[in-house]
Design a protein. Structure first.
Length: 321
């Protein structure tokens, strides 16, 4: 599957050179706040002495997805990036403007719908352009970290492009609790990388603006499995054992059939049976109580954490094998 002879070489980002066996922090200037404050994107490069793949690990493409930022930050401070072989390029926080605004977007635009980008477009478009031209051009494959949005929590899961066999193989190595193929989205980072024959797997865990210890740890463990598979890190680094990832074939949202206060009765990641009561929806005056039943056997791969729901709102994302 990975029969290519990987050979990391000198990395050049924005004119900065990182030689074999060298590590460096590069700060890429993006724009200034209205106050004149310079905004820079930190890029860490760990270039090993021995030949191996070059991997991009990217967090914070959406500014409010704090789990993605935190799991990369923890690996940095835990010195897990002592790279002996190959090269790791780390972007802990790409969308700094969205992070400052507690927002998924950047000035009203989704960076992950702005690729391939342009030097003359919006700030989101320019950020996408420089990510591809300055950073991604150097890599063999990438792991892009995300979370659920709009108070929906994704159980730890890895997504890959179905028509990309190397991406599917990387998903297997990552070994998150769940995995499934996900269609390419126009103008997304994964779609643009696919055009350039760069496999990208997307890790999803937790929800926006909230830290989730389980999701963070699963993201760290999966990343270390990938690095260890390619002999990039010390084999003595301990990674907890885990059952093989469960492949989801079909998935659909179970939606509210009434408005009211939603009270879930099953945990995220749990297996459910068809007809099982998974929650209740009650009106605010206590006069009605509507049972929410699973329409099929499967697993809860995401759940809505917002207690007030309207007719048709998503409650549980159920996947079956």
């Amino acid at each position: 599957m990975f029969d290519k002879e990987f050979k990391n070489e000198e990395i050049v980002i924005r004119g900065e050179r990182i030689s074999l066996g060298e590590s460096k922090l590069i700060k890429i200037p993006v724009d200034r706040l209205p106050t004149g404050t310079l905004i820079e994107i930190p890029v860490y490069v760990f270039n090993g002495k021995e030949p191996g793949p070059t991997i991009l690990l990217q967090g914070g493409l959406h500014g409010d997805e704090t789990n993605s930022i935190e799991l990369v930050r923890r690996m940095l401070i835990d010195k897990s990036y002592k790279i002996h072989r190959g090269c790791v390029i780390v972007v802990p926080l790409l969308n700094i403007f969205g992070f400052l605004d507690f927002s998924r977007e950047l000035h009203g635009k989704d960076v992950n719908r702005s690729f391939p980008g342009s030097t003359k477009g919006s700030l989101a478009s320019r950020l996408a352009y420089y990510l591809m031209k300055e950073i991604t051009k150097n890599v063999d494959f990438a792991i892009d970290y995300h979370t659920g949005g709009a108070q929906r929590s994704n159980y730890a899961q890895i997504r890959y492009t179905p028509q990309d066999e190397r991406g599917k193989a990387l998903a297997n190595i990552f070994n998150a609790p769940f995995k499934f193929g996900s269609k390419l989205i126009p103008k997304s980072f994964r779609n643009e990388c696919f055009k350039h024959d760069i496999p990208v797997i997307v890790y999803e865990g937790g929800e926006s603006l909230r830290l989730n210890e389980f999701a963070i740890n699963q993201g760290i463990y999966g990343t270390l499995r990938v690095l260890r598979y390619f002999n990039m890190i010390d084999k003595t680094i301990e990674i907890p054992l885990q059952n093989d990832t469960i492949e989801i074939i079909k998935k659909s949202w179970l939606r509210a059939r009434a408005a009211g206060i939603f009270n879930p009765k099953v945990k995220n990641g749990a297996s459910v049976k068809k007809g099982e009561i998974v929650g209740f929806i009650m009106d605010t005056y206590g006069e009605t109580k509507f049972s929410v039943k699973s329409p099929k056997d499967g697993y809860i791969i995401a759940k809505n954490n917002f207690p007030v729901v309207n007719l048709g709102d998503p409650l549980f994302h159920i996947g079956n094998t």
